[in-house]
Design a protein around this ligand. Structure first.
Ligand SMILES: *Cc1c(COP(=O)(O)O)cnc(C)c1O
Length: 385
């Protein structure tokens, strides 16, 4: 039997890969210089490490390194992208454009930023996806108006794992001169992203969903054509004036290293994790009242999100596995994502997300454990339902 509890909440965060930690440690010990200290070797070594990491992050996305701006994570990147672009547009064209578009199933870091902009006088359309979680490009196109400044759509949903058709949605935005922001926090290292061809202007990234440390992320800001954003953190003018603050060298090195590993190992790792996820689903799918949340085909390989009807099973009672029902940010509340899809509000939702360090033995144990728990928790008469 594998050691328990088994961690199956890799969409909430991932452990730091030991190779990432090894790469970071020298920058906490000997190489502690401030990357902005250009007058001596301590600073110069740190600055070189930061630029190497910038190139590693860019390489995973096939982007230009100079288009990568360091932030503290995807929450900050989403704020900087959306507020930054909305406010920069307002300064440049005070009379044109106070309309924004997003999707009801986005992460709270996008939704709450949009709500803040509403209070600042912007108008926001929150598009509701189809019941499988996907956005139809036709319905998306209908939301774009002459005064739309920016649209924000995530690549991979953090709760149900569905993959949006970013290429089609981005092409619609580009054709209408609308900026397109994509939250890719759940996508990096799991599917190929090519910003040389994708029509995306701004992309939010974070390290800790891809086996890097918490507290470091980046915003991709396309410069050809030039995307202007208003900085949200004023200070020393770091990061081409878009985000001030002393760069966290060790965190940045960690993000570079975890994206380097992701780029090199994704092709082998993604199918292995998908097979493990499919083994879990195969063990649960024939139980009455177990339903998959979100589309199966257009879905990231590590995510299994299920609704279980007639089952009153608090996830905290599952002491041998660590899973969640929804985003960690809203743990304990009903999921706005499941709600937007029109799912059964009384069902128990389980989000099971597999990661790099899960063994086959762990998957087999978790599959049997969940099967037993779900079968024994039945309340009411399922057959009659
Ligand atoms: C985790 C996550 C975030 C928040 O990222 P942090 O780096 O923790 O701030 C934003 N969006 C999505 C889709 C996420 O999964």
């Amino acid at each position: 039997m594998p050691e328990t509890p088994i961690y199956l909440d890799n969409a909430a965060t991932t452990p730091v890969d030991p190779r990432v930690l090894d790469a970071m440690l020298p920058y906490l010990k000997q190489q502690f210089g401030n990357p902005a200290s250009s007058t001596h070797g301590f600073g110069q070594v740190a600055a070189r490490a930061v630029e190497r990491a910038r190139a590693q992050v860019a390489a995973l996305l096939n982007a230009v390194p100079a288009d990568i701006v360091w932030t503290s994570g995807a929450t900050e990147s989403n704020n900087l992208a959306i507020k930054g672009a909305a406010l920069a547009n307002l300064t440049a064209n005070p009379t044109h454009g106070k309309h924004l578009v997003t999707v009801a199933t986005e992460h709270k870091a996008v939704l709450d930023t949009m709500h803040w902009l509403e209070r600042e006088g912007f108008e926001v359309t929150f598009l509701v996806p189809e019941s499988n979680g996907l956005i139809s490009p036709d319905r998306f196109a209908d939301t774009l108006r002459a005064d739309t400044v920016l649209a924000s759509v995530m690549l991979v949903n953090n709760e149900i794992g569905v993959i949006q058709d970013i290429a089609s949605l981005g092409a619609l935005c580009r054709a209408r001169g609308v900026l397109f922001h994509v939250d890719a926090a759940q996508a990096t290292g799991k599917l190929p992203i090519n910003l040389a061809t994708l029509p995306v202007d701004l992309m939010s990234l974070t390290a800790h969903k891809t086996y890097g440390p918490k507290g470091i992320g980046a915003l991709y800001v396309r410069r050809a054509p030039n995307v202007r954003i208003e900085c949200q953190m004023h200070g020393g003018g770091h990061e081409r004036g878009m985000r001030s603050g002393t760069l966290a060298t060790h965190q940045i090195v960690g993000m570079g290293e975890c994206y380097r590993i992701a780029r090199e190992e994704m092709a082998v790792e993604a199918p292995r994790i998908r097979a493990q996820r499919d083994r879990l689903w195969a063990a649960l799918r024939d139980i009455d009242g177990v339903l998959l949340n979100g589309d199966y085909k257009q879905r990231i390989g590590n995510n299994l999100s299920i609704s279980i009807t007639h089952c009153d099973l608090p996830l905290t009672a599952l002491t041998d596995i660590a899973i969640s029902s929804a985003s960690a940010c809203v743990a304990g509340q009903a999921s706005h994502v499941i709600e937007a899809l029109g799912g059964d509000a009384s069902a128990t939702v389980m989000r099971i997300t597999v990661g790099r360090f899960n063994t086959d033995a762990e998957i087999d144990f978790a599959a049997q454990y969940l099967r037993d728990k779900i079968k024994s928790c039945r309340t009411g008469n399922l057959k009659a339902a």
